[in-house]
Design a protein around this ligand. Structure first.
Ligand code: DHB
Length: 513
C-alpha cells in the first residue's frame, strides 16, 4: 500500500523528494521547561527533522530532538512515541508530567518522532488522474505497517547523524503506551530485520541500522493475531461473559479453546524453568498477580480482602498459619457472604472476633481466587466484546480500530485473524498476513536475523482489560527465554495507562549503563 501511494506520487500533504536527509546543528533554539516541582530544565530544541526523503505525509514524518544542557555525544537518547489507538501521532514537545519531561530533567536527549497511523490520509490532486486516481480521492497512507516503518526511519535518522546530533544512537531507549507500547515493543524486537528493508528503502529512510538498546512498553496492545484467544482464555469464565449475549459467549468459548495450541507453540518457560502448559498457565498468572499485590502491600497499600486474596496469619515473629475467610466464617457459623455483609455494614464486632478477623491480613499473600479477581477487574471497566480485537462482521459486530489498522489504501477495514475471517467468509490475503506478521514482535524474538534490544521494561496494569494479561506475559517470557534482561510487572491497581512510577522507571534506566 505504501509502495502504491509512493508510486502514485500523491501530492497533497506530500513534499517533493528531498535529495538527502538533513540536520543543521546551528538551527537549535534555546528553551526552558518548568517541571511540576518548580525545577527549570534548560534545553535546545531541534524540530521538524524529516526522517525520510520521500515524504508522503509532511505533517507526521518528522521528529523533534531536545537536548538538555550538559548532554554530550555519550548521553543516552530517550525516544518517546505518542502513538495511541494505532492513530497518526504528531511529533510533540516535552511534557513536564510524563516520561518525556522527566527524561529531559534526568539529562537524557529526548526524541519525539511523529508517525502515520490508521487515520492518515492524503488527497489526490489533478496530476494524479493519469495514474488512475481521481482528483479529491482520499488515500489512506498510514495502515500497517506504516507506523513502525516511520519509527524505524526515525531511529535510522538518529544513527545517520549520530556524530552531529548530541546523544548516543547506540543507546536509544524507546518508550510508549498501549498502541504506542506495541510500537515500542516493535522497535525493540525487530531491529535490522530484513523484512522491513524494501519498504524503508522505498521511503527514503537512511541506510543505517535500526536496532535499539532498551524498550519501555506500557500496556502494549500487541500480538494482535492471538490477542482474541488470549482475552477469552482469561475472561471466558467471568460473570459478564457467562451472563451476557449468547452469541458472544459462543464466540468466547471457541476462542478460548484455541489458546492452548497457541501457548504450546510458544514453548515458554517461567523464570524458574517450568514449561508453561494449558494446565499451569492460570496458576502462573495468579502468581504474577500475587507478586504484584505483595509488592504493593510491602509499600503500604491496603489490599482489600474482597478482591479474592488470602493472607497468612499475622504473628509477632513473622510466619503464621494459613487462615482463609471461609474458615473464619465457619467458626462464626455463617456464610462468607453473610460475613462480607456484616463487615460492609461496619457492625461493631466483639474483641474475640476482631482478633480472628485480623488473621487474614498477615504479612504474606498466599493465595488468590482468580474467578473473584477477574470479576473484580471487569467490574472496574466492562469487558470488550468477543472477539475483543478482530470484531468486524463477527456476530454482526462493527469494525474495530485494529480492523482499520490492517485495511488498505482505499480505507477498507479487514479481518486479520483466521478465526474471524472464517466466520465472515473473508480470506486473509498474503498481503494482510504479511502486515499482521510485521506488526507482531513475537515473530522476531530469538531469530537469527534480528537484533533484539538487550533490555526491556514491561508494565501492564493489574486491572487493565484493554488486552488480556497473557499478551504482555508471553512477550516478557519470550524475551526472557531468549536471554534478554526483562523487568516485568503487572503493576498493582493500574488501569490501562502508562508513564507511571517514573522514579522507578528512571532508576531502572540509570542502572543499565
Ligand atoms: C489502544 C487501546 C485499545 O483498547 C486498543 O484496542 C488499541 C489501542 C490505545 O489506547 O492505544
Amino acid at each position: 500500500m505504501i509502495a502504491v501511494a509512493l508510486a502514485l506520487g500523491l501530492s497533497a500533504k506530500t513534499k517533493a523528494p528531498q535529495p538527502a536527509l538533513q540536520f543543521d546543528p546551528n538551527a537549535g533554539e534555546a528553551r526552558v521547561m518548568t517541571m511540576h516541582d518548580g525545577t527549570r530544565v534548560r534545553y535546545t530544541a531541534y524540530e521538524r527533522l524529516y526522517f525520510v526523503t520521500n515524504i508522503e505525509d509532511s505533517a507526521y514524518q518528522f521528529l523533534n530532538v531536545y537536548v538538555p544542557d550538559g548532554a554530550t555525544q555519550q548521553t543516552p537518547i530517550f525516544l518517546r512515541t505518542y502513538v495511541g489507538g494505532y492513530m497518526a501521532s504528531a511529533a510533540g514537545q516535552p511534557q513536564d508530567g510524563d516520561a518525556s519531561g522527566r527524561a529531559l530533567k534526568e539529562g537524557y536527549v529526548l526524541v519525539i518522532p511523529g508517525s502515520r497511523g490508521r487515520n492518515s490520509t492524503v488527497t489526490a490532486t489533478k496530476s494524479d488522474k493519469k495514474k488512475g486516481v481521481k482528483k479529491g480521492q482520499t488515500i489512506y497512507t498510514g495502515r500497517a505497517p506504516a507506523a513502525i516503518l516511520d519509527l524505524k526511519a526515525a531511529i535510522r535518522y538518529l544513527r545517520h547523524f549520530d556524530d552531529v546530533i548530541p546523544g548516543d544512537a547506540e543507546h536509544i531507549i524507546t518508550d510508549g503506551t498501549s498502541a504506542g507500547g506495541a510500537m515500542s515493543s516493535l522497535m525493540g524486537a525487530t531491529g535490522n530485520n530484513p523484512a522491513y528493508e524494501p519498504m524503508l528503502q522505498a521511503m527514503g529512510a537512511a541506510d543505517e541500522r535500526d536496532d535499539v538498546f532498551a524498550s519501555v512498553c506500557y500496556c502494549p496492545i500487541t500480538d494482535l493475531d492471538h490477542a482474541d484467544m488470549a482475552y477469552e482464555c482469561l475472561y471466558n469464565g467471568t460473570d459478564s461473559r457467562q451472563q451476557g449475549d449468547a452469541d458472544v459467549l459462543a464466540v468466547s468459548n471457541e476462542l478460548k479453546a484455541m489458546f492452548p495450541a497457541y501457548l504450546a507453540s510458544l514453548n515458554l518457560y517461567t523464570p524458574d524453568g517450568t514449561l508453561l502448559t494449558a494446565d499451569n498457565y492460570l496458576d502462573y498468572i495468579k502468581s504474577e498477580l500475587i507478586r504484584s499485590a505483595q509488592i504493593a502491600k510491602n509499600a503500604g497499600a491496603d489490599i482489600p480482602d474482597s478482591l479474592g486474596f488470602v493472607f497468612s496469619a499475622p504473628s509477632i515473629n513473622g510466619g503464621g498459619t494459613r487462615v482463609s475467610k471461609q474458615e473464619i466464617a465457619d467458626q462464626m457459623h455463617m456464610s462468607v457472604n453473610e460475613l462480607d455483609k456484616m463487615l460492609s455494614r461496619d457492625i461493631q464486632v466483639r474483641p474475640p472476633m476482631q482478633l480472628r478477623l485480623a488473621k487474614w491480613v498477615g504479612e504474606y499473600i498466599i493465595d488468590l481466587d482468580m474467578d473473584k479477581y477477574l470479576n473484580y477487574v471487569v467490574s472496574t471497566r466492562p469487558l470488550k466484546t468477543a472477539p475483543a480485537f478482530d470484531t468486524q462482521g463477527v456476530v454482526g459486530q462493527n469494525a474495530s480500530g485494529e480492523n482499520e489498522e490492517f485495511g488498505d489504501s482505499k480505507g477498507s477495514s479487514v479481518n486479520f485473524t483466521e478465526y474471524s475471517a472464517a466466520k465472515t467468509g473473508n480470506v486473509i490475503t498474503p498481503e494482510i498476513a504479511n502486515h499482521v506478521s510485521l506488526l507482531n514482535p513475537m515473530n522476531f524474538i530469538g531469530d537469527s536475523v534480528t537484533d533484539v534490544a538487550p533490555h526491556w521494561y514491561i508494565r501492564h496494569g493489574a486491572r487493565d482489560r484493554d488486552t488480556a494479561f497473557p499478551v504482555p506475559i508471553n512477550l516478557a517470557l519470550k524475551l526472557q527465554n531468549a536471554g534478554k534482561d526483562v523487568n516485568f510487572l503487572l503493576a498493582w491497581n493500574r488501569p490501562h495507562s502508562g508513564d507511571y512510577a517514573l522514579d522507578e522507571l528512571f532508576e531502572w534506566i540509570k542502572s543499565l549503563r
